[in-house]
Design a protein around this ligand. Structure first.
Ligand code: ZN
Length: 321
């Protein structure tokens, strides 16, 4: 059974774009049991970086009322998916797909959190305070390579309140896309295991979106988990957008993070339908090949079970009410 930390299927369907990776009719055959399904209110797409080294500007903030309007439409797309809403770990079972309602960027929420309860009632169980832009709660990392994730200021007062509110309700706080100052503030404030749903090891790929060794250590020390991102630009040592990237490069990140903080803190966070992934993977159709690559890289049955689903189930169980 495979549980995944991040996909952008909802945004892709909302845009009317062709599904590239998350073909749900293929899920059962590939052992894909679902995971985090993002509601992402998109910024205008920047031009794809054409050089290995890039430094994209931080996109403009999106006003709350506009973000809330788009989020309603995204939520309707989410509700139309042929999946079970996941609010308990045992909603994940082999042979069916369960979806965690995840907000990637808290822009749709009012800064006074007056609508958080309504979203919780709809099943929202995971919030990334930011995507890679600023909002009322925090500031995300701009897409840069090579770059430290230490790119800007930490949380706002509203951001700190949102972390507390998530802890109170048992909502996952996702650290992927946060800048480093924000990361450390959440690490200090949060009483839950730290979670980065779709980020990799900065030591192996120096993208601003990846986690430094110190950040990895903090996630491990909290009992949390890092979802390995399959996006080639966050996997490859040269940060380049090259589809002919071997699955072994993904395994390197899993191996590095497991060596550094332990196998209990490594999982998948595909970024399917939101990023360019290795052509050898293609989408959920390639997950069995990725599992085979893990085994070939020395991951035994227990390690594979932890990476593919047990670690996510543990962290969700420790976080949700
Ligand atoms: Zn993302």
């Amino acid at each position: 059974m495979i549980i995944d930390g991040h996909n952008d299927l909802v945004c892709r369907l909302w845009r009317g774009d062709e599904v590239r990776h998350v073909h749900l009719d293929d899920a059962r055959a590939r052992d894909f049991a679902g995971g985090f399904f993002a509601l992402y209110v998109p910024s205008p797409k920047p031009a794809e970086p054409t050089t290995p080294h890039y430094e994209l500007p931080l996109p403009e903030p999106i006003p709350t009322d506009e973000a809330a309007r788009v989020a309603e439409e995204l939520y309707e797309v989410f509700r139309s998916l042929p999946v079970r809403l996941a609010t308990r770990p045992d909603d994940f079972q082999p042979g069916r797909v369960a979806a965690i309602l995840h907000l990637e960027g808290a822009e749709p929420l009012a800064a006074d959190l007056s609508d958080l309860e309504r979203w919780y009632g709809r099943g929202l169980r995971s919030i990334g305070l930011v995507w890679s832009r600023a909002n009322a709660f925090a500031e995300g990392v701009p897409f840069r390579f090579p770059s430290s994730p230490d790119t800007g200021p930490g949380l706002t007062a509203a951001g700190r309140e949102l972390v507390r509110a998530c802890n109170d309700r048992g909502i996952v706080v996702d650290l992927s896309h946060l800048n480093e100052a924000g990361f450390w503030e959440v690490a200090r404030l949060s009483s839950a295991p730290l979670v980065a749903t779709h980020s990799n090891a900065h030591t192996l790929c120096a993208a601003s979106r990846n986690l430094t060794d110190a950040q990895l250590d903090a996630v491990g020390g909290s009992g949390g988990v890092v979802g390995i991102n399959f996006a080639v630009s966050f996997v490859r040592e040269d940060g380049a957008q090259i589809a002919a990237t071997p699955l072994e490069d993904i395994v390197r990140h899993a191996d590095y993070i497991a060596d550094r903080i332990g196998i209990d803190h490594v999982a998948f966070g595909s970024d399917f339908d939101g990023a360019l992934v290795p052509e050898a993977l293609g989408g959920i159709a390639g997950l069995p090949a990725l599992v085979n690559a893990l085994r070939a890289g020395g991951f035994d049955d227990e390690a594979v079970a932890k990476v593919t689903h047990r670690n996510w189930l543990r962290v969700l169980g420790d976080t949700w009410r």
